[in-house]
Design a protein around this ligand. Structure first.
Ligand code: KIV
Ligand code: ZN
Length: 524
């Protein structure tokens, strides 16, 4: 292996901004991508797959800027097996201190049928394109997409071609989440034993979670000899998602006795980046998600609490502090000042400038007036709902609802539309329906409401409700989130948040793109 002298060092390749962002509805803005890349760089990710530069102007710009900003990580872009893709990818990543081109082609029988190439034609294509990439960049990764459903002999043949053409990392994707742990380990082990030149390259594992085995399959691949895990924060990704970074990293750290592998990840940064990715992607983390779920370190039942008090190891295999959760969480209240708020926010991983602190403080005071104790989770949602606000085209000013049992609800809603204050009075089938109708009256649109979700953030009747809304319109998707002690207000704000994001997306339409949807082009 040519990258690290430590044979048990596992490289972490994060693809939140490429495979994760490709997930329908998870599109991020340019600034959000830059922020997440900065956090990945800071937490010690070895390689950041920053996007798919040929997919759109937006992707190209994001990858280029991430490449320019990166301080430690290698910056990688994705390219299909075409000279045009590879050239565009190189243009974007070349600014990085350490650039990488990742080129791929589907090698299984089903995927070979897409470009309609014979096995020999595809082998030639792999040779030409990897050679081309290697002439542009010293660091080339090659992937046989759908490797786990590719014929064994053909898989070995094409891997050998890619190694000879100069690829230094060979990624073995389980594109459809089909493999299982023992098979995943065996596949890598057999490839390393069989393919000439395999000892000179790094093998990577890239698993999808369709059968819920992505983490297990990735760790098994490492047992088999892989030394790069491809993963995303919160397991974000198409369908059931990709391998979750936090799961593989914490598994190797916690069970280092049986998995003696190391990474360079600063695990104390996990919670903060998890929250940021959840916010900017609009994909909430399920409460019982391993490592980063709200309940992952919560001990509610009396027996557990008693056991925890006697000895935390009774029920805890990891320290909350190791993933960036503060051990003690003292709530703030209405008498807390700006300094206390800033201190708490910093503790939660938010760096706020003076202006932002001023805005957040106003909202914090409003909340503290309604709620006796403002908990960490309240502050996290408050930070989320404070985003975007300044440049928003639509802003909720006031909302009044009159409703009773059995009858319709009446909403009087005042909204600022592009700088002008407008009022709508609407009747609906319940308060949320009435509020949404009033918003639509003031900003007519054809967006379809595909997700409406309410969650309580903290306990008690004064708990904040966080509402997530997803809207779809002409192929564009946008999610919005908001929190308030009043569920109807949170709903109206979340709906308006999603509309604002849809407006931005409409303006930039064409941004994003699925590697499988872009038509195949010949190398030229
Ligand atoms: O899942 C997959 O096969 C991919 C490739 C592009 C590596 O994401
Ligand atoms: Zn993938």
């Amino acid at each position: 292996m040519n990258v690290s002298s430590d044979k048990n060092r596992v490289l972490i390749f994060d693809t939140t901004l490429r495979d994760g962002e490709q997930s329908p509805g998870a599109t991020m803005t340019h600034d959000e991508k830059l922020e997440i890349a900065g956090l990945l760089d800071e937490m010690g990710v070895d390689i950041i797959e920053a996007g798919f530069p040929i997919a759109s102007e937006g992707d190209f710009r994001a990858v280029s800027e991430i490449a320019k900003n990166a301080k430690n990580s290698t910056i990688c872009g994705l390219a299909r097996a075409s000279f045009k893709d590879i050239d565009r990818c190189h243009e974007a990543v070349k600014h990085a201190i350490s650039p990488r081109i990742h080129t791929f082609i589907g090698t299984s029988p089903l995927h070979r049928a897409i470009p309609n190439l014979t096995m020999d034609e595809m082998a030639d294509r792999i040779h030409e394109t990897v050679t081309h990439a290697r002439n542009l960049c010293d660091n080339v990764q090659w992937s046989p997409m759908d490797a786990t459903r590719t014929e064994w002999d053909y898989l070995c043949r094409v891997i050998e071609i890619a190694i000879k053409a100069g690829a230094s990392t060979i990624n073995i994707p389980d594109t459809v989440g089909y493999t299982a742990p023992r098979e995943s380990a065996d596949l890598i082990r057999r490839i390393i034993e069989t393919v000439p030149g395999a000892d000179d390259v790094i093998f990577a594992t890239h698993c999808h979670n369709d059968l819920g085995m992505a983490t297990a399959n990735s760790l098994a691949a490492v047992e088999g000899g892989a030394r790069q895990i491809e993963c995303t924060i919160n397991g974000l990704g198409e369908r059931a998602g990709n391998t979750a970074l936090e799961e593989v990293v914490m598994a190797m750290k916690t069970r280092n006795d049986i998995m003696p592998f190391s990474t360079k990840i600063d695990t104390t940064k996990i919670m903060h980046i998890s929250r940021r990715v959840a916010t900017v992607s609009g994909f909430n983390v399920q409460f019982n998600k391993a490592i980063v779920g709200k309940n992952a370190f919560a001990h509610e039942s009396g027996i557990h609490q008693d056991g925890m008090l006697k000895n935390r190891e009774n029920f805890e295999i990891m320290l909350p502090e190791d993933v960036g959760l503060s051990g003690t969480s003292l709530p703030l209240g209405k008498h807390s000042g700006r300094a206390a708020l800033r201190d708490k926010l910093e503790h939660l991983g938010y760096e706020v400038g003076d202006n932002q602190l001023k805005d957040v403080f106003v909202r914090f005071k409003e909340l503290a007036d309604r709620k006796k104790e403002v908990m960490d989770d309240d502050l996290i949602v408050l930070m989320r709902s404070n985003e975007d606000a300044e440049n928003d085209f639509l802003k909720l000013e006031t909302l009044r609802i009159v409703c009773g049992t059995g009858g319709p609800a009446d909403a009087t809603l005042v909204m600022n539309v592009g700088g002008e204050s407008k009022t709508a009075i609407c009747q609906g089938d319940g308060p949320v329906d009435a509020a949404f109708k009033a918003i639509r009256q003031l900003h007519p649109n054809t967006a379809h409401l595909s997700v409406y979700q309410v969650q309580a953030v903290t306990e008690g009747t004064d708990a904040q409700a966080t509402v997530s809304v997803r809207l779809e319109e002409d192929g564009n998707m946008a999610t919005g989130q908001s929190a308030d002690t009043d569920t109807v207000v949170a709903s109206a704000r979340a709906y308006i948040h999603a509309l604002n994001r849809l407006i931005v997306r409409r303006e930039k339409s064409g941004v994003g793109g699925d590697v499988r949807e872009v038509s195949y082009t010949d190398p030229s």
